[in-house]
Design a protein around this ligand. Structure first.
Ligand code: FAD
Length: 415
């Protein structure tokens, strides 16, 4: 056996999963097709639920050191008119951090490797599953210029994103329902007078979310793109796109694009697989669910999946228990996570209607709702609801088991 666990994909889900298993004593091999971390530039918000896990795993400082910025306020305006200004901080909660997605991946991978039980192999494209007697016992992989090989493990985990090859090989369906809107992401020079905050600028053509970046002179934008503007944001010139963004808020009137940061239009869809496990293998993260990013829950779900799967399965692997025990652990993982993920998908979908419904009437209603959120009563309500969400206790972890003595000893060349 080459490893206790082989994970396909070193995105946020795969890297968090490797860390969670390794902390409990399992030896993990992660296979990633890209040459290094940070090939996907999406999702920079680490919500308190995520930072609570990072803190419990003893790695939160690494994210601060990587440049993670705490967000302490949410400010909402409509065409220059202030509507709401509420704290994103609760005395009992973990912080709300923003960090560029590639840095989140990189930091998680480094934290996993620092356990000494995780090996991450880049440029390793998994092409299929190895099976024996109807059970997954490893993966086949291809590395450029080398012969195909098979790596064996007691547990294979697909953390390979929304087009998951692992999910397809396990014949688990995932119907995608596309949204009629998308998000345009771009970095701009920091506007004068902008304080570090989650700043939402409402406009009838769609809201613009402005968050700080690690670079002190820059901000990151998430621009809601309605169907009627899709063509402009897909194939218009940078100048045209920028004019359309600036027209939505006076805040960005003087801002210029940051040269080396790629701007991108994301198409969105929601999906939820009916099963998370099959034939002794398991799936986590976007491989089994994708959600509208309006509530910033994608990484939260992927990390919570990773933590739950490790909590159920790692002790079984490390104690060397039988396959029946492993199957029971996988079933317990699916039973725990499916309803939670279904609820988050439902809420995010509902919220996407509120935030993204097109037209002036919808815009007027949104501005009214946020305006109420800015009153004394609204601020009290926000404090209660946010406090409850941000201080949700984590499930207790099993105790870490003794470290294995032998090295991974994988039959692979160096990365
Ligand atoms: C516009 C946008 C904004 C978002 N904003 C937020 C936010 O603010 N907060 C938040 O929490 N979430 C956000 N999300 C969602 C979040 O980014 C994802 O849900 C999360 O990153 C999923 O992580 P994952 O590891 O499951 O999948 P992925 O990040 O897709 O990682 C999968 C990895 O598997 C690798 N892989 C795939 N196939 C193979 C193969 N055959 N062999 C080897 N490797 C393979 C890929 O290269 C990739 O590295 C946003 C999403 C979008 C689109």
């Amino acid at each position: 056996m080459d490893a206790d666990v082989v994970i396909v994909g070193a995105g946020v889900g795969g890297a968090a999963c490797a860390l969670a298993f390794a902390r409990l004593g399992a030896r993990v091999l992660v296979l990633e097709q890209h040459p290094g971390p940070g090939n996907l530039n999406r999702g920079d918000s680490l919500l308190p639920t995520v930072t609570a896990y990072l803190s419990a795993w003893g790695v939160l400082e690494r994210f601060r050191d990587a440049g993670g910025k705490p967000l302490e306020r949410m400010i909402v305006q409509a065409e220059g008119r202030p509507l709401m200004d509420v704290p994103l901080r609760h005395e009992a909660s973990a912080p709300y951090l923003v960090l560029a997605h590639p840095e989140i991946e990189r930091t998680l991978v480094e934290a996993a490797e620092a356990t000494g039980r995780v090996e991450v192999r880049y440029r390793s494209h998994v092409t299929g599953l190895a099976e024996r007697e109807g059970r997954v016992v490893g993966v086949r992989l291809r590395r450029r210029g080398e012969d195909d090989e098979t790596v064996s493990a007691r547990l294979v985990i697909g953390a390979d994103g929304q087009s998951s090859r692992t999910r397809q090989a396990l014949s688990i369906p995932q119907a995608r329902v596309p949204y009629d809107h998308g998000y345009y992401g771009i970095a701009l020079t920091r506007p004068a007078g902008y304080e570090d905050a989650m700043r939402l600028e409402l406009h009838p053509r769609g809201g613009v979310l402005v968050v700080p970046r690690v670079e002190p002179d820059q901000v990151g934008l998430g621009v809601l793109v309605q169907a009627r503007d899709e063509e402009l944001f897909r194939s218009g010139s940078l100048h045209e796109k920028l004019a359309a963004v600036r027209a939505r808020t006076p805040l960005l009137a003087e801002c210029e694009p940051v040269d080396d940061d790629p701007a991108h239009l994301y198409r969105l869809a929601r999906s939820h697989s009916p099963r998370y496990v099959a034939r002794g293998a398991a799936l986590i993260g976007d491989a089994i669910h994708t959600t509208n990013p309006v509530a910033g829950q994608g990484m939260t779900m992927a990390i919570e999946d990773a933590a739950a799967l490790a909590r159920h399965a790692a002790p079984v692997l490390v104690e060397g228990r039988d396959l029946e025990a492993l199957d029971a652990a996988l079933a317990a993982y699916e039973r725990e996570r499916y309803p939670s993920n279904a609820a988050i998908l439902r809420w995010s979908h509902l919220l996407s209607h509120v935030y993204a419904h097109p037209g002036r009437v919808a815009h007027w209603l949104r501005a009214r709702v946020f305006g109420i959120g800015g009153t004394a009563l609204g601020r009290r309500l926000h404090r209660t609801i946010y406090g409850r969400l941000a201080t949700r206790p984590l499930p207790p972890e099993p105790a870490a088991l003794p470290a294995p003595t032998e090295p991974l000893g994988l039959p692979l060349g160096s990365a």
